[in-house]
Design a protein around this ligand. Sequence first.
Ligand code: GTP
Ligand code: MG
Length: 255
Amino acid sequence: YRKAASAAGLPTFVLVGPSGAGKTAFTMLTERGTVPTTHTSTAPLSIEALLPDPHIPASSNYRSPGDPAFERARRFIILDTPGHGKLRSYSTNTLADPKNVRGIIFVVDAAAIDEEAGLNEAAEYLHDVLLSLQKRYTDAKTSKGPKEIPVLVAANKMDLFTALPATSVKSKLEKAISAVRNNRAKALRDAGAKLSGEDDVDEEKEWLGEGGEGSFDFDQMREIGTTVDVVGGNVSQGRNAGDVAGWWSWIGEQL
Ligand code: GTP
Ligand code: MG
C-alpha cells in the first residue's frame, strides 16, 4: 500500500513495441540489474525503478548524490505493455490518456527489422503510436498545446550479428511508415467513396506528419512537440546483462 501511494505521480515511461522485442527484459534489467528468462506478456506490468549510476536526472544536474531532491528525481515508473497484436488495447488506452507519461519507449528487435514482416509490423505499430500523439496534440484545447511527450526508439539486440545499426533502423522505419501512411489514406478514401460518394472522412486528421507528396521522417514530429530518437542497445549479452546505457541516459534527460 505504502509503496503504491508513494509511487503515485512519479514520471512514467511506457514501453511499447512488437512482441519479442525485449520490453519485459528491459523492465527487469532496470528494476533488478539482472535479466531473468521472460515469457510473452499477457498483461501490463508496472515497476518502480531508480535511474542507475552514473546517469543523472536532467532536472538535478547541479545537485549531488545523497541530496534528497536528487534521490527523488531518480525515481520513475516503467509501464511494460504486451506487444502481441491482440493485447495492444493496454498500451492504446494508456496513450489515449497519458497522465504522468513522461516518455514513450518503443522497443524493436534490430535484427527483425531486417526482414519485411518484422519491419512492417514495427512500422504499423509505431505509426499508430505517433498518430495517437499527433491527435492528442491537435485535439488539445489550450493554445500552447499539451506537454510534449518524447519518443525513444530503442533498437535492441545489438549483440546479434544480424542486427541492423541504429541509423539503418531509423531510415528503414521512416520509409516503411511512409508506406503505412499512404496505404491508410488510400483505404480511407476507398471507404469514404463507398459510403457516400463524397470525401467527408477527415483525412487530414488521420495523416501522420507533413502533408504533400514527400516521404515521412521523424523530424516531422517536432511540429507536435515530439522528438524521436533512435538509440541502439542490447538488454542481454549471452546470459548476462548487456548495454543499455544509451536508453538510461535518454530517460535521465527526461527526468
Ligand atoms: P511481449 O511481452 O510478447 O510483448 O515481448 P517483450 O517485448 O516483452 O519481449 P521479452 O522481453 O520477453 O524478450 C523476448 C526475447 O528476447 C527473450 O527471449 C529475451 O531473452 C530476448 N532478448 C531480450 N533482449 C535481448 C538482447 O538484447 N539480445 C538478445 N540476443 N536477446 C534478447
Ligand atoms: Mg513482455
